[in-house]
Design a protein around this ligand. Structure first.
Ligand SMILES: [Zn+2]
Ligand SMILES: [Zn+2]
Length: 282
């Protein structure tokens, strides 16, 4: 199985690679830019070459990028919506320059306009962003914790969105375990996990589940609160992660931690924990 973590690009994007290797990652995720800004610094040829050279001399694969925080693909505000689509297109291009095969995005929030309008907006955003796109990157839609009217807390909704676009071959799913638990999927229960895998498989095919964000949850089941915790120290706990790692169907899918770094543990510690748990689950 391949395990990894979200890695900082502080200093230069190429610095993420030695950092990922230090943590003993097999795979990793980055922001290609400052995630809290609309403006992105252009990637110079030098930076691109440095990144690609570091990647090719490592065993790290695949690399995942995550969209910045500000874009909202479900926004009811036309200006914000246009800007968000532009931003997604921009990230697709950056992924191609860096030869990153996947970009993870949240669906956004329709604010007060309701879920149906939001879903329609997201479908149009995806169609629009990918319509004239000739690159190779695949967009992975991530499930959310379900607060602030954010879309995608129901994984069925995400699968349905994928089937309703004109660009299904350019889309996939990223399942965040903390978000799933926060939105009511009790991952400590085998029947819930089995049903979830079946639902995904029936709607879009399990091969479309490309990434698992392995995060434990600080808050309780269904509370809708998105606070990540170290693996095994949160409410999903060892029980839930052991069940997930027991699933042979999930073992082909990379698990990437977006867990905190504090005095209790760092990224490396969480990967070690997952690897030990996998041995126990086998
Ligand atoms: Zn995310
Ligand atoms: Zn996530």
């Amino acid at each position: 199985m391949r395990f990894g973590a979200h890695i900082s690009i502080s200093g230069s994007i190429a610095k993420s690679i030695p950092r990922a290797i230090d943590l003993r990652c097999d795979t990793f995720q980055i922001f290609t830019r400052n995630p809290r800004s609309w403006v992105s610094k252009e990637l110079t040829n030098e930076r691109i070459l440095e990144f690609k050279t570091n990647i090719s001399s490592s065993d790290l694969k695949p690399v995942f990028a995550h969209m910045p925080y500000l874009p909202n693909l479900a926004s009811p505000d036309p200006e914000m919506w246009e800007k968000s689509i532009f931003s997604l297109k921009e990230e697709l291009n950056r992924c191609d320059l860096l030869e990153i095969p996947y970009i993870v995005t949240h669906l956004g929030s329709p604010k007060t306009t309701g879920k149906d309008k939001g879903i329609e907006k997201v479908i149009r955003s995806l169609n629009n962003a990918i319509a004239n796109y000739e690159g190779k990157a695949i967009i992975l839609l991530e499930n959310t914790a379900g607060k602030n009217e954010s879309l995608g807390s129901n994984i069925d909704d995400i699968c349905n969105i994928i089937t309703k676009t004109d660009v299904q071959n350019k889309l996939g799913l990223c399942l965040d375990t903390c978000h799933a638990f926060a939105s009511g999927y009790d991952l400590r229960d085998q029947t819930v996990i089995t049903k979830l895998i079946e639902q995904i498989d029936n709607c879009i095919g399990l091969n479309k589940l490309v990434l698992i964000h392995a995060n434990d949850a600080k808050f309780d089941l269904g509370e809708g609160r998105d606070r990540h915790e170290h693996i095994g120290l949160g409410k999903i706990g060892e029980i839930g992660f052991k069940l997930l790692l027991k699933e042979k169907k999930l073992r082909k899918i990379p698990f990437i931690c977006e867990t905190p770094v504090d005095e209790r543990r760092d990224g490396k510690g969480n990967l070690e924990y997952l690897r030990k748990l996998l041995e126990k689950a086998k």
